[in-house]
Write a protein of this length. Structure first.
Length: 982
């Protein structure tokens, strides 16, 4: 930290500049923040002597007032080269750092045409476009491309308003004529016409020094004037941050930002400051909509309160090219910004109205000034957007309610603001952000469109569809000596989830996915598909939506939908009950490898995993149980992706692998391929192994979609059970000789797969397990276990495999549990229970039981105290505890004993029960006191003894009861302890 403080000058007058100045003022290096030309806020000094259009007036003010940093807010001065002009004086004057790109870099925003061409030239993904000066050429282009919707942009700066979106050719031609005719003056003398992309918009802002980038949290603004996203577009009526995006989308955006900076450097375009990229997240990936060369407004107002680092240091590092050495941290809170607009905005805002009731800044809420001005009558409105009211909170709901309260409090005539900012985070209502949403039209039009979609799947060999059956001409399909591979499947109880959410759009796609992926495993190309749809009462829209998605998937996997059956069977199926099944006919050349080459699979072969797209079509019975046990609604936003509901996440369509995989199968470099469906890796992978081979899987070696983490922790479902029920992120596994690993991987990547994971290898089978999982604890993360309720901290002591411990942990993971298992202590370093505890994300400690009992017990007590343990469960802990330990934890240690106490205390309880020839044995959960097995009884359960019972069989049956009784006892004790402490 420099010992002498410095001043900062912010150029601009909006809420964005107010927010930047507000944040800069908090810097320990800054003693004075000026803003010019400024607005009606009294937070900062507004120097009258500074002419913001004149670099020399800015320089002399900076020199006079000890200012070392100028931050330029708006785009206009940047595009005119203000940064270059101020910096030009650095050569033989005082060094002044200027945050913002020079003129050459500012073209990215200054000229839409330059920016689009830059994107095209450097392979940055964006919509198709063309630019025009001539009305006739523009009209001819619009007719020729015949897109459903168009975006027309004025080439020059039009204060964020020179963009018009229209549907249809006629309207587009009309608007092109108006724009080129001078609607936006000189700015629209040239226009860019591009295709409108479908999806949702995201703003990504980053700090950059031209070499590295540091991305800020994502935000989303609300452009339409009216609630429910209706009405004309504005500069932004409100904004929320952070916006959590799916991790793959986030990674894609970061890569595009990096590529952009690299492209700028490669083109020798100097750039520093803030780069703002607007994206459309579409089903085909993220596409750039535009670049801005400065902070966004209103995005900045919600991003600055989240910044947990010193803005001055960051800005200075961007100017000096040292950004990579600065740590930029963000708070994990939620921010909502609401814009208070003037009457008449955005067309003709009425200004000059008196403002009252603006509160002081508080720790929750800051009111940033935008269009305000100080006059002799006090504060008045002077623009369309008057204030941005920004609140921070632990949840969006909390932040929004603060912001709404203050928005109400601020008074001026004609004030208007949207009360639904962030609405899509709270309720899904009518606004669908689903990127793959299909607009379902009515009745016959729909059926006709399905016919077209079906016809569009035809291939050369399936050209003549019709009649009673379908003809497939394999010769025309290009096969010389064809063999057929036929597979059939359904979508299981995924239907029930679709039913509960009303989202049928992807079920047909799933159906095809399940079948074609099966056929692919035998190195065959799907050629034809037939579907069967049955219902108690035919609802055209629902049936059509399913069939349409069957056709879509057929087309994507290159197979023809040659026929099908839609059956209405009232009485057999109830009204509203339905099912769907399908059959895929695949063909293969006799000379292609006949997969699986089971006999050739040997220890040492590597296992390559292809990512799945989510659950695909398996495990839905368990999914439904988890959803209902947790009281979750399918319409709730997914905790990991609030733009999408849990239902939509669960229903993500099955991934199709034909296009990316078939080629490498034909090459002969793959020995076998397993489609990971119901039964998970555990049951599907061994299907392609010879008897002497097993798989060793390294857990954590592949990326697991969040939905599985969520199911895991909300079930709770143990990792082994997860791997036996769901695909857990792995759609296909290829078995490959290590010498072919690289070329197979390269081929898959170049054919469109996004990632290939080496997840393990084949080993010689020694135990009965056909799949051996290593480091199970690395499989899942625990990001979705959260509860605010007060819980009793539980410590578990073990010595062995920990089967009782596992049940205690699982019980504690139920949302309604009053227990939180904080630590598992084992007296043996090799106890099997340690890995199990870790697989649930629970801390483990080994305290070897060597030396004096008092000594190691003292260590255990310390470990337990350190974690605030209130209750200790002995789960197969094989050591006697001293009286002093028991007294230290009096009434807080519980144990489970395999007899109906007070009968058969001590060791060998089961044996003693058998010898005594009792008819009823059982188990008892009790409080541990100084005497052996004599403390207060918490719960008991009886187990019948059979004539044919051995100690082993009886103990086995008792253990099953123990699991339930002990877990129940733990909860009972916890509830008592909570009541006592309350
Ligand atoms: C959705 O929009 C329709 C038509 O605009 C309206 O009738 C309906 O009430 C809206 N539903 C919700 C949940 O807002
Ligand atoms: C936790 O305690 C509350 C109130 O004390 C009780 O209603 C609830 O049933 C307890 N939970 C369990 C799983 O026993
Ligand atoms: C033992 O006896 C019980 C009850 O008579 C019977 O259900 C069970 O099948 C028997 N088990 C064996 C292994 O014979």
């Amino acid at each position: 930290m420099p010992s002498s403080k410095t001043g900062v000058l912010v150029i601009g007058s909006g809420a964005r500049e107010h927010a930047l100045a507000w944040k800069l003022q908090q810097s320990p290096s800054v003693d004075h923040v000026f803003i010019a030309p400024g607005n009606g806020s009294t937070d900062f000094d507004i120097p009258k002597s500074v002419d913001v259009n004149d670099a020399s007036s800015i320089r002399s003010f900076c020199v006079a007032r000890g200012i070392s940093l100028v931050v330029v807010g708006p785009e206009n001065p940047l595009c005119k080269g203000l940064v270059d002009e101020i910096e030009a004086g650095n050569a033989d004057g005082k060094e002044i750092l200027v945050f913002g790109p020079p003129k050459a870099g500012a073209q990215l925003e200054g000229s839409k045409k330059f920016s689009k061409q830059f994107m095209k030239e450097h392979g940055l993904p964006t919509a198709d476009f063309e630019d025009f000066k001539s009305v006739n050429e523009a009209k001819a282009f619009i007719e020729r491309v015949n897109w459903p919707s168009y975006v027309l942009k004025a080439d020059g700066l039009a204060a964020g308003k020179g963009v018009i979106i229209v549907d249809g050719v006629a309207e587009a031609k009309n608007v092109a004529e108006r724009m080129l005719g001078g609607e936006f003056g000189a700015a629209s003398a040239e226009i860019v016409i591009e295709e409108k992309l479908e999806g949702y918009e995201v703003s990504a802002l980053c700090f950059t020094d031209g070499k590295t980038i540091s991305r800020m949290p994502f935000s989303q603004d609300h452009k339409p004037l009216l609630e429910g996203d209706r009405g004309p577009n504005t500069g932004g009526m409100g904004v929320i941050a952070p916006l959590v995006l799916p991790s793959n989308v986030e990674a894609e955006i970061d890569q595009i930002l990096k590529n952009t900076i690299a492209a700028l450097a490669k083109s020798n375009i100097p750039y520093k400051g803030c780069l703002y990229a607007g994206f459309m997240v579409t089903p085909k990936g993220c596409k750039l909509l535009e670049f801005n060369v400065r902070f966004g407004d209103p995005e900045t107002e919600v991003i600055m309160p989240l910044l947990d680092s010193d803005l001055y240091t960051i800005c200075a590092a961007c100017c000096r090219g040292t950004l990579s050495s600065v740590q930029v941290n963000w708070k994990s809170e939620n921010v909502v910004g609401i814009v208070l607009a003037s009457e008449g905005y955005p067309v003709k805002p009425i200004v000059g109205r008196k403002v009252e009731g603006v509160p002081e800044h508080s720790s929750e809420t800051v009111v940033f000034h935008a269009g305000t001005k100080r006059t002799e009558q006090g504060l008045v409105t002077s623009g369309g957007r008057v204030f941005c009211v920004v609140s921070i909170g632990n949840s969006f709901q909390e932040a929004r309610s603060h912001a709404l309260a203050v928005s109400e409090q601020v008074k001026f005539e004609g004030k208007y603001y949207r009360k639904d900012i962030g609405h899509f985070l709270f309720s899904r209502g009518n606004v669908s952000y689903s990127a793959s949403g299909v607009d379902i039209a009515e009745g016959n039009a729909l059926v006709a469109s399905i016919k077209d979609v079906c016809l569009s799947t035809r291939t050369p060999g399936t050209d003549s569809i019709g009649g009673f059956g379908a003809l497939v001409d394999l010769e025309k399909e290009g096969f010389k000596k064809p063999q057929l591979v036929i597979g059939m499947d359904g979508v299981g109880t995924k239907i029930a989830v679709a039913e509960a959410t009303g989202l049928y759009d992807n079920l047909g796609y799933d159906l095809v996915g399940m079948c074609v992926n099966d056929v692919l495993c035998h190195c065959a190309r799907p050629v034809a598909f037939l579907d069967y749809y049955v219902t108690g009462h035919l609802v055209k829209e629902e049936a059509a939506s399913v069939i349409r998605s069957v056709a879509k998937a057929c087309k994507e996997s290159g197979c023809a939908l040659v026929g099908g059956e839609t059956a209405e069977m009232p009485g057999v199926y109830h009204k509203g009950q339905w099912d769907v099944a399908g059959c895929c006919i695949g063909a293969r050349e006799k000379s292609w490898p006949m997969l699986p080459l089971t006999e050739s699979v040997t220890p040492g072969d590597v296992l390559l995993a292809l990512p799945s797209n989510g659950l695909h079509s398996n495990g839905f019975s368990l999914v439904r149980k988890i959803v209902s046990d947790n009281g979750v609604s399918y319409k709730d936003p997914a905790p990991w992706n609030p733009l999408v509901s849990i239902g939509e996440e669960l229903l993500r369509p099955t991934k199709l692998y034909v296009k990316s995989v078939l080629g490498v199968l034909k090459s002969g470099k793959v020995k076998a391929i397993a489609h990971i469906t119901g039964g998970g890796i555990t049951e599907n992978l061994p299907r392609v192994f010879p008897p002497h081979v097993a798989a060793e899987i390294e857990c954590g070696s592949w990326s697991i979609p969040e939905v599985f983490d969520w199911l895991h922790s909300n079930g709770p479902v143990s990792p082994p059970e997860m791997l036996k029920t769901f695909n857990c992120g792995v759609g296909l596994i290829l078995v490959v000789d290590p010498k072919n690993q690289e070329s197979v991987t390269d081929s898959l990547l170049s054919n469109g797969e996004s990632a290939i994971y080496k997840i393990g290898s084949c080993i010689k089978k020694t135990a009965k397990d056909e799949v051996v999982y290593k480091n199970l604890e690395n499989t899942f993360k625990y990001r979705f276990v959260k509860s605010k309720a007060k819980k009793v901290n539980v410590g578990i002591l073990i010595s062995g495999a920990g089967s009782n411990m596992k049940k205690l942990i699982e019980k504690s993971l139920f949302p309604k549990s009053n227990c939180s298992v904080r630590v598992v202590i084992s007296n043996k370093a090799d106890a099997g229970g340690i890995a199990i505890a870790r697989s649930y994300g629970i801390e483990t400690v080994v305290v070897p039981s060597v030396g004096e009992r008092e000594e190691y017990e003292a260590i255990m007590t310390k470990e337990l105290e350190k974690r605030g343990i209130d209750l200790i469960c002995l789960a197969g802990f094989m050591r006697i505890l001293t009286a002093s330990f028991v007294n230290r934890w009096e009434g807080r240690i519980i144990n489970i004993h395999p007899s109906l106490l007070p009968s058969f205390k001590g060791a060998h309880a089961v044996q003693l029960a058998l010898e005594a020839k009792v008819k009823i044995a059982g188990c008892t959960a009790h409080v541990v006191d100084v005497e052996v097995d004599s403390g207060a009884i918490i719960a008991q359960e009886a187990v019948p003894v059979y004539d044919n019972d051995t100690e082993e069989t009886l103990h086995e049956r008792i253990k099953v009861k123990e699991h339930a009784v002990f877990a129940e006892a733990m909860e009972l004790m916890a509830q008592k302890l909570l009541e006592k402490s309350a």
